[in-house]
Ligand binder design. Structure first.
Ligand SMILES: [Mg+2]
Ligand SMILES: [Zn+2]
Length: 182
């Protein structure tokens, strides 16, 4: 029996400010409402980050740079009593045709078996159409965030390129909407 409900979280532009291929610790900044929102959700859901990091494949930064930045995020949240179960990242370019780059579902499938997750009661949150399409492809609910690159892609909803369950302007609003959703 699958018992855990998960929130699959995009990272850049959803949890932290995305200045474009963000990877330097001095550029790390949590977005407004993230701590409050995660605290609201943590009694009901486990948290897993899934992030596309093609900056690694492009040679803009290394896997180690990525890991140092990511652990700053994870430890910052841990100090608030918020646990990120794991972070899955895709270092590839779109052209590589890998199976781990969002909206491909490899990491959600892996998480479902590793963490005993009920996918139908879980959510994917992110600021890019590929985040929403990942959730849709995997069979969970989705929140499209208007933070990060969200506003730039909003018009693609009307063009039918992706179909989020919910849309939210900031993280705390997203968390409240998830809690209210039946
Ligand atoms: Mg993002
Ligand atoms: Zn990949």
């Amino acid at each position: 029996m699958n018992e855990n409900k998960a929130i699959f979280l995009d990272r850049d532009g959803t949890l932290n400010k995305d200045s474009g291929y963000v990877h330097k610790t001095e550029d790390f900044e949590l977005l407004p409402g993230v701590i409050e929102g995660l605290k609201l959700l943590q009694d009901e859901f486990i948290f897993i980050i899934i992030t596309n990091q093609s900056g690694i494949g492009r040679g803009y930064y290394t896997i180690d740079d990525f890991l140092v930045f990511n652990s700053l995020l994870v430890t910052t949240l841990a100090k608030e009593g918020i646990e990120i179960k794991t972070t899955y990242f895709c270092p590839h370019l779109k052209e590589d045709g890998c199976d781990c780059r969002k909206p491909n579902t490899k990491y959600i499938k892996q998480a479902v078996s590793e963490f005993n997750i009920d996918i139908k009661k879980s959510w994917m949150m992110g600021d890019h159409p590929s985040d929403v399409n990942l959730g849709t492809n995997a069979g969970c609910n989705t929140v499209f965030m208007l933070t990060g690159h969200g506003m730039e892609h909003y018009h693609e909803i009307e063009e039918g390129k992706f179909k989020p369950t919910l849309i939210a302007e900031d993280f705390l609003t997203a968390a409240k909407k998830i809690k209210e959703f039946i």
